[in-house]
Design a binder for this molecule. Structure first.
Ligand code: GCU
Length: 594
């Protein structure tokens, strides 16, 4: 049942769900974490929403009512959150309970919260991500819904919160769908649930909803988006001795206040070698936020990628958003992403492809502090429903939410709109719109998509795709030595690739089970030889500007059932799910160290 239909009839009382622009979460925000143990009730048949003939329940009977919480007893009520087990939030449900390992369907989450109103304040409920779609209810009022498993959203709850006890009930459904983004078929685990932070954010009546900073190598432009009224706006970058105040006439909501600075002392450029960040402080009336921002430029010139006007070679690795641990799951916190980043740093990387969907804000911010350039991607993966306007709107919304969240992060240099999509007219039209939207929203970064190569004839690989004319770099995935031929065949493959743009290999690699030795596929030795041969082959390509081999760590996938070898893990990692390093890890590390 489409969420839309649920909402359409759930006598929705929408609170002001901020949709335009982002809701910047920065230092200085008064955030109360609502993480912890939430009660949960699996609901594969949406019994908490529908009657037996699939007509909608009345508000008092739906699970959003959380009837037992209000101490009303009614024999027709057949659920009780207080008696239900709990899941840790943030966190996917699959990795927390054996019976939920494969679960795809409806799930109810409930937590209660005590609250005390403070005059002159406003409150927002902020969700870092919920996979895949959800409806959020507070005190049995529906705040709204969201679709897309990897980007943040929020609702104003100032007029819904009650002093004393409140009941927050979230309906989540991670069922895959033909017209969803991603569609029904993808090579990673369908981790469902409230997978990232839930925060109750308190702000003054007039507050800074968002800001945007841009640096073009000489001037620094800052756009501030006040919400709730007007007040003088001050922007300050103390280390650059920059400070300016603008008293804005009555701004209409969504209107911004623009500042342009030409610092006398040019800022140190952010780079992987020197991930230099500066404090920016923005105030508006009673509101004051601070953030840490980096100043760098990124552009393409011919077949070179220029970072701060110098050619850069992207020593990358691809990464899924999954913990390194005996029991992997979605990364939940900074500690989880730090484990991945420290492994990538030890590998000698200066670049990460955050595949195949937006990773957490913690991942992006910590990568920026540690010195990684980032490729960020929305999950238009393999074959989505290219002819559905609803599917396009969903993809575009996920793109806008990703850009809205991370556009102030110097580390992010590439927005990617797709991975390995079929060369058909409907797909080109769909992706052309997304690319135009990305460029309009953020003209300061590169736009890409991972395409596929094809064989012209044996040993002659061709990279050609109409997408190439629309993207800033030529990115493609190739699996010579794994899906195609043997590692030794790399020595004789001839490549035909369009000239004039940087060439970036967004995936290559092969599988190995840690500790399995020999010379056949899935042994560590085979994987190591495959890396040696691929690196040598790819470094011969004109315009080669880097690669992000597939992949840092073995990751769960239901498409990899080979018992004893895969055991529902894709084994192309350079480390296994426990972080144990395979021989190929050292092959790539050695190459990147040179
Ligand atoms: C594809 C795809 C990856 C997948 C990989 C593989 O290129 O982009 O998501 O995991 O190949 O087959 O292992």
């Amino acid at each position: 049942m489409a969420i839309k239909r649920i909402l359409a009839a759930l006598s929705i009382i929408f609170c002001a769900a901020i949709s335009a622009g982002a809701f910047t979460l920065t230092d200085g925000r008064d955030c109360r974490s609502l993480g912890g143990q939430w009660n949960y009730i699996p609901d594969p048949m949406d019994t908490g929403i529908y009657k037996y003939h699939m007509t909608l329940l009345k508000p008092h009977a739906r699970f959003f009512a959380d009837r037992h919480f209000f101490q009303e007893v009614n024999s027709k009520i057949e659920y009780d959150f207080d008696a239900a087990p709990t899941l840790r939030v943030p966190g996917d449900w699959n990795s927390q309970a054996e019976k939920l390992y494969y679960y795809e369907g409806g799930m109810w989450y409930r937590r209660t919260l005590d609250f005390q109103r403070v005059p002159g304040k406003r409150w927002f409920l902020y969700f870092g991500a919920i996979n895949y779609k959800c409806v959020v209810g507070l005190n049995n009022e529906i705040l709204g819904e969201h679709k897309g498993g990897f980007t943040p959203f929020w609702f104003e709850v100032t007029d819904v919160l009650k002093d004393g006890g409140n009941s927050l009930v979230v309906y989540v459904n991670n069922a895959r769908g033909e017209s969803e983004v991603p569609t029904v078929n993808y090579d990673w685990w369908n981790y469902g649930g409230i997978t990232r932070d839930v925060l109750l954010v308190s702000v003054p009546e007039v507050f800074i909803k968002d800001y945007r900073i841009r640096f073009d190598g000489s001037s620094i432009d800052v756009e501030v988006f006040p919400d709730g009224g007007s007040a003088p706006v001050t922007v300050e970058i103390p280390e650059l001795k920059l400070r300016k105040t603008i008293c804005h006439s009555e701004p209409r909501s969504g209107e911004s206040v623009s500042f342009s600075f030409t610092p006398k002392k040019s800022p140190e450029r952010w780079s992987p070698e020197n991930p230099r960040l500066y404090d920016i402080i923005i105030s508006c009336g009673d509101d004051k936020i601070s953030d840490k921002v980096g100043f760098r430029t990124i552009r393409v010139e011919g077949d070179k990628i220029l970072l701060n006007d110098k050619p850069v070679f992207l020593k990358g690795i691809s990464v899924h958003d999954e913990t390194i641990s005996p029991n992997p799951g979605r990364c939940r916190n900074e500690e989880d992403v730090r484990a991945l980043l420290e492994t990538a740093k030890d590998l000698g990387c200066n670049f990460l492809r955050l595949a195949h969907y937006p990773h957490s804000e913690q991942m992006v911010r910590l990568a920026e502090q540690m010195g990684f350039l980032l490729w960020e991607e929305i999950p238009c993966y393999w074959n989505v429903d290219w002819t559905s306007e609803e599917t396009y709107a969903n993809a575009e919304n996920q793109l806008m939410e990703m850009i809205g969240r991370d556009r102030n992060r110097a580390a992010t240099i590439i927005w990617s709109v797709a991975n390995e999509t079929p060369r058909i007219p409907e797909r080109l039209a769909f992706l052309r719109r997304l690319i135009e939207k990305a460029r309009a929203e953020d003209p300061t970064r590169l736009v890409s998509a991972a395409i596929e190569k094809k064989w012209a004839e044996k040993n002659h690989a061709v990279v050609e795709d109409d997408l190439i004319s629309l993207t800033d770099i030529i990115s493609f995935n190739q699996y010579e030595g794994w899906y195609d031929g043997l590692p030794a065949d790399c020595d004789s493959v001839k490549w035909t690739i369009p000239a004039g743009k940087p060439v970036f290999i967004s995936e290559f690699g092969g599988g190995a089970r840690y500790g399995l030795h020999g010379d056949t596929k899935f042994t560590e030795e085979y994987q190591a030889l495959l890396y040696e041969k691929n690196i040598r082959m790819l470094m011969r390509l004109p315009g080669i500007s880097g690669f992000s081999p597939w992949i840092l760590k073995d990751f769960r996938s239901p498409k990899r059932p080979l018992i004893g070898i895969q055991d529902e893990f894709n084994r192309k990692g350079l480390v296994d799910e426990q972080g144990r390093r395979k021989q190929a890890f050292y092959v790539l590390k050695d190459f990147y160290s040179k």
